[in-house]
Design a protein around this ligand. Structure first.
Ligand code: PEP
Ligand code: MG
Length: 319
């Protein structure tokens, strides 16, 4: 089965009846792009830019960032590249930035909140992205940890200012849906964004109030919990009404059960780790879009994550 999946990894992601679902990769570095393409990735659904900051002992300059984003955009050619702005804080600490310690770092100045506090970090990053976008129309920009409409508007205004200053063309702007409030106002957000990408790691953590890194909670911190699935359902429905698309770049997208349920909910892009690309494509090809829709509908009505997993497992065995 693994060999067959590998052999078919360059086929476009789709259900058995040919409904397209783009299977992209999450990468941290331009150097990872070749391996992602080799694995069959149809684009980059999440480039975690914080890794450029984490793996060194000083802030990368605007030019250094530009070079990294440019190399990645070039490697992807016509395929989409979604660059996510800095998501520092929470578990991702950058010692040389001298940030204040917080009692509840996952609920504090994290992600976009830190970027608003530190325009000295945010603006050079936005400028680097806009410079690359002048030459590479595949560049998309996405903001992490958006919890209010004002968050998005403020981030967009900062980027638009930079973009006009540099004479860059329009760049598709998306937000991560990884905080329950963002899913619950998805309708309002959907009017103003170009796309959503669901971060199931944080969305699960914040919905279930369970630390995503807590070893004793690891088994229960499951994105297939119906509470999380219902928030994703709201998000997809809101986006659909506004003609926008939804991807998923959290860990659930690379889990076979997750990939099937998310596709059934109407997600159009799954961004996973490169080694997971062939398996996710193979799993999608085993089911029709109607089967996945029905599975997702039943999943939404289950009382527990365990029941959702049992439901999908049963379907796979009878398929
Ligand atoms: C997520 O929260 O699901 C996500 C993709 O972002 P990160 O794992 O980088 O927090
Ligand atoms: Mg996250």
């Amino acid at each position: 089965e693994r060999e067959a999946a590998r052999a078919a990894r360059h086929q476009p992601g789709a259900t058995r009846d040919g409904v397209r679902v783009e299977v992209a990769a999450n990468i941290n570095r331009a150097a990872d792009a070749a391996a992602a393409l080799e694995a069959g990735a149809e684009g980059v659904g999440l480039m975690r830019t914080e890794f450029l900051f984490l793996e060194r002992d000083s802030v990368p300059s605007e030019d250094e960032q530009e070079a990294e984003y440019r190399a990645m955009a070039a490697a992807m050619g016509d395929r989409p590249l979604i660059i996510r702005t800095l998501d520092i804080g929470g578990d991702k600490e950058v010692p040389y930035l001298g940030l204040a310690r917080e009692d509840n770092s996952f609920l504090g100045i994290r992600g976009i909140r830190l970027c608003f506090e530190r325009p000295d970090l945010f603006l050079p990053q936005l400028r680097a992205v806009a410079r690359v976008a002048r030459d590479h129309p595949n560049v998309h920009l996405m903001f992490p940890m958006i919890s209010t409409l004002e968050d998005f508007r403020r981030a967009r205004a900062m980027f638009e200012g930079v973009r006009e200053e540099l004479g860059a063309p329009r760049v598709p702007l998306g937000v991560m849906i990884e905080v329950p409030s963002a899913a619950l106002i998805a309708h309002e957000l959907a009017r103003e964004v170009d796309f959503f990408s669901v971060g199931t790691n944080d969305l699960t953590q914040y919905t279930l109030a369970m630390d995503r890194l807590h070893p004793q909670l690891a088994r229960q911190t499951d994105a297939m919990h119906p509470a999380v699935l219902r928030l994703i359902h709201l998000t997809v429905e809101a986006a659909r009404r506004e003609g926008k698309w939804v991807g998923v770049c959290g860990g659930a997208a690379g889990d076979e059960v997750g990939a099937l349920i998310l596709t059934g909910l109407g997600v159009k892009e799954l961004s996973v780790s490169a080694p997971q690309v062939p398996g996710v494509k193979a799993a999608l090809r085993r089911h029709t879009a109607a089967q996945l829709r029905e599975m997702a509908e039943q999943a939404l009505a289950q009382p527990t994550a365990e029941a959702v997993r049992a439901l999908v497992q049963g379907r796979r065995e009878s398929a």
